[in-house]
Ligand binder design. Structure first.
Ligand SMILES: [Zn+2]
Length: 81
C-alpha cells in the first residue's frame, strides 16, 4: 500500500522508513520518479472523483500530468544549475 507524504515531510519520512527497513532486514528500494508520479496521479484522480469542483485538486492533478509528460526531458542533466 503506497504512503504519500508532502515535500516538507519527505526527507524525515524517508529516513525513518529506511531505518525501519534496516532494523527488520527488509530491502529498501525507492520508487522511480515516474512510478511515484503515476501513483500520485491515481491518488488525486480518486480525490477529484470524490470532489470534482475542488480547484486545488484540479490544479495539483494538472501539475502531475505536466511533470509526467516532460519526465523524459527532466532526466537530462542540467548544465546551468
Ligand atoms: Zn508534511
Amino acid at each position: 500500500m503506497p504512503v504519500f507524504v508532502c515535500r516538507n515531510c519527505f526527507r524525515p519520512a524517508e529516513l525513518e522508513f529506511q531505518i525501519a527497513c534496516e532494523a527488520n532486514q527488509i530491502p529498501y528500494r525507492p520508487l522511480a520518479i515516474r512510478e511515484s508520479l503515476r501513483l500520485l496521479r491515481d491518488f488525486y484522480r480518486e480525490r477529484q472523483a470524490a470532489s470534482p469542483d475542488d480547484p486545488r485538486v484540479a490544479g495539483v492533478l494538472a501539475d502531475i500530468e505536466r511533470r509526467l509528460s516532460i519526465g523524459a526531458v527532466e532526466r537530462a542533466p542540467k548544465l546551468d544549475a
